[in-house]
Design a protein around this ligand. Structure first.
Ligand code: PRX
Length: 631
């Protein structure tokens, strides 16, 4: 299945076709996949419900497309390369045939534990090959996987288990991260004290630890697969059956479960992968994301495997044993396409050029970035030093909700401009709207980034709460999907995504709602209320700045700060730690009691002279106080 566009001319032609006749365009692409029963309609949609269906009544199993279909011609080709945290440990290489056997074997183990089609399975694992096996085994039997990033706390796991009513959890004893080893099973045990739906926990032995195992509930991975056959018939799924739930943060309340379905997601993950990264048959492709995020779902597992590529997974961190680790791995495995996040690039920039210059990096052909805007300095470092001015950079803009890349260059076949994601992929119809919902048609203008037509990878709902999906994405502007991002379009139509315009902050490419962090901070026993904003951070993109009101001003601020950080770590996880906590006597509020974040943001950004009008505040004096004591 080759879906690749081979020139900019071809892109323009395909783009035009995709807009003029989306049904025909996506039908031609859809037909190249393996369906157990062909679909009878390509698309049915409205954005008012919203109600979006792709490849209607088609029957398929995504794992047949990701594995079985390749067995004849690519059975002995490498499907997966795994590089461990410790460079001295042996890496793993599995062919498509080996992957097939492992996925089937574990699928049978899941069935043996009573998992059925439609059941939800939560996966909380390190970046090891068994994580890929676990994900694909769920898909094989039609169970809905919900991967939870292994940095989340017990509370966060419990919330996700309770929301999805998961029946089974797959985890490991612990995980390696650089020089540290972190328990996972212990965290799961704690989470399960506050859940009721989980009947079984399967535990992979990664570290040789002996975590507490609960009799009758917990079983080791190796015992679970004992005696299981390496063949497992793939469950027949409808195109619109749920494939997975992935929780992500929004501007209100708890994280919501973004739902993706089988048919459209499959097509879009593979189509976008092939066009953005332009892999050739013998290439080795590496995405450094974690499978706990959408990037890992679409561009470590599904996109590459459905395309028959060789995908690499890395267990460790960019700076262990030293800041040359990424580049050492690129040379070691001959990586051709390398996909990472701006925050990683900025962190490595700070460690000096020598770490890069020690390696040849000759194999690299395409470099990618994702997760947040990339600043021009980081872009140049990546382009000049890593890519040796010979590799195009694809700056890929997309979201958990979009399932796949929406705005990006296509390998070397697109115009490229630092800090610009660029043009939409064929089939993607972005628009910029003003605050009143009017379309801004001129170029060199800024507006709210929306989509006016569906693409196959669009989210279908938020789990258990369709109204929330409608409200969050489809209610702001009639007949549009609203991304939550602001963007500019340059004179050539290239998009530059500036960042969130809602109460979402992006820390090292991880999304958090300010409300979610405030709720966590407020769980601290001394806290009365808090307000959280993002501020520019050199490495992380944004840092978390919290203004906190306690029942009385703390005597020992450091003490109070570490207590609050501890609460946030318990409630969400280490990744959501506020960088700065300022204790204040009150928050700037309007007369109706709404917190004026605009003001707090300006103070956090170090621009207290640009606060604007504060006369409408309930108590303008608190602002002066906050400015005086700002961090
Ligand atoms: O603000 C945008 C930013 O990340 C958000 C989506 O976050 P998440 O769902 O966690 O998915 C991240 C990986 C796909 C977007 O709303 N974002 C993502 N990629 C870019 C970006 N901002 C600018 N440029 C990008 N390339």
């Amino acid at each position: 299945m080759n879906l690749k566009i081979n020139s900019f001319e071809e892109y323009k032609e395909q783009y035009k076709r995709s807009v003029e006749n989306p049904d025909r365009f996506w039908d031609e692409i859809g037909k190249t996949f393996q369906w157990q029963k062909p679909y009878d309609k390509v698309l049915d949609w409205n954005f008012t419900g919203p109600d979006v269906k792709w490849y209607l009544n088609g029957k398929l199993n995504i794992t047949e497309n990701a594995i079985d279909r390749h067995l004849e011609k690519r059975g002995n080709k490498l499907a997966l390369i795994w590089e461990p945290n410790d460079p001295q440990e042996r890496f793993v290489r599995w062919t498509y045939r080996e992957l097939h056997g492992k996925v089937c074997e574990f699928a049978n183990a899941l069935k043996n534990q009573g998992v059925e089609k439609g059941d939800r399975v939560v996966i909380y694992m390190p970046m090891i090959p068994e994580l890929t096996v676990a994900v694909l085994a769920c898909a094989r039997i039609g169970a809905v996987h919900s991967v939870v990033f292994a940095g989340f706390s017990a509370r966060a796991i419990a919330d996700r288990i309770n929301d999805s009513k998961a029946k089974l959890v797959i985890t490991a004893d612990g995980q390696n991260r650089g020089a540290k080893q972190i328990p996972l099973k212990r965290v799961v045990n704690e989470a399960l004290e506050n859940t009721e739906s989980v009947e079984t926990v399967i535990v992979y032995d990664r570290l040789g630890w002996s975590p507490q195992m609960k009799e009758g509930r917990d079983i080791w991975w190796n015992d679970a697969i004992e005696g299981m056959e390496k063949e497992c018939e793939a469950e027949q799924m409808d195109s619109e059956d749920m494939l997975f739930i992935l929780y992500t943060s929004g501007s209100t309340g708890k994280p919501k479960g973004v739902v993706h379905t089988c048919g459209g997601y499959m097509v879009y993950a593979a189509y976008s992968f092939q066009n953005v990264f332009q892999p050739e048959e013998s290439d080795v492709y590496w995405c450094t994301a974690d499978v706990g995020w959408i990037t890992g779902h679409s561009y470590i597992i599904y996109g590459p495997l459905i395309s028959g590529a060789t995908t690499m997974m890395f267990e460790g961190v960019p700076t262990y044993p030293d800041a040359g680790r990424f580049w050492q791995i690129c040379d070691k495995h001959g990586v051709n396409q390398f996909y990472t996040a701006p925050t990683a690039i900025r962190a490595l920039m700070g460690k000096g050029e020598d770490h890069v210059l020690s390696y040849s990096l000759d194999s690299l052909k395409v470099l990618g970035t994702v997760g947040e805007p990339i600043n021009e300095e980081a872009w140049r470092w990546y382009y000049n030093l890593v890519g040796k001015e010979r590799c195009p950079i694809v700056d890929t803009w997309w979201q958990t909700e979009t399932g796949g890349i929406m705005l990006s260059g296509l390998g070397k076949h697109s115009p490229m401009k630092p800090a610009h994601a660029g043009l939409p992929l064929p089939g993607v119809q972005p628009v910029l709207l003003d605050n009143d919902g009017n379309e801004i048609t001129e170029n060199e203008k800024e507006g709210l980034l929306c989509m006016k037509f569906p693409w196959p990878g669009i989210l279908r709902t938020t789990y258990g709460d369709h109204e929330r999906c409608r409200n969050t994405y489809f209610a702001a502007f009639k007949n549009h999907y609203f991304t939550g991002d602001g963007a500019k379009r340059d004179k050539d139509g290239l998009y530059r995504v500036i960042g969130r315009v809602d109460d979402v902050i992006n820390v090292s490419g991880h999304r958090f709602g300010t409300a979610e962090i405030e709720e966590a901070i407020n769980a601290n026993k001394n806290v009365v209320e808090s307000a959280v904003v993002g501020y520019p951070h050199e490495v992380k993109g944004q840092g978390i700045y919290a203004y906190v009101v306690c029942d009385k001003m703390p005597e020992d601020e450091d003490d109070a700060r570490s207590s609050i950080v501890g609460t946030v770590v318990d409630e969400i996880g280490k990744i959501a730690k506020p960088e700065k906590i300022q204790f204040v006597t009150g928050l700037p509020k309007t007369r109706s009691g709404k917190i004026m974040r605009r003001i707090l943001r300006k103070i956090a950004e170090g621009e207290p002279d640009k606060l604007g009008d504060t006369s409408t505040l309930l108590d303008p004096d608190v602002v002066e106080d906050i400015v005086k004591n700002a961090k």
